[in-house]
Design a protein. Sequence first.
Length: 92
Amino acid sequence: MRYVYPQLKRSGTSKLTEFYGIRDREEAKAYIEHPILRERLIDAAEVILNLEKPLHEIFSNLGILKLRSCMLLFASVSDIKVFKQVVNKYKW
């Protein structure tokens, strides 16, 4: 999950989140400005936007929280519509 849908680092979380997590909003902006990372994250967000099944049939509760964290982060640091569309679809 954290490889596809990155989220902010948080103290007291797993070593993987600490290693792969995004440090702050500036690092999130740099991430989304990278052409390959941006394209892959947009593609992954579009998959979520176009799901016909409920999220809980695909992800665990923790996975949904991580997905939500990622979408909210990138909706807040970019003007890319798909992140806001996912946030609105799931009323986050």
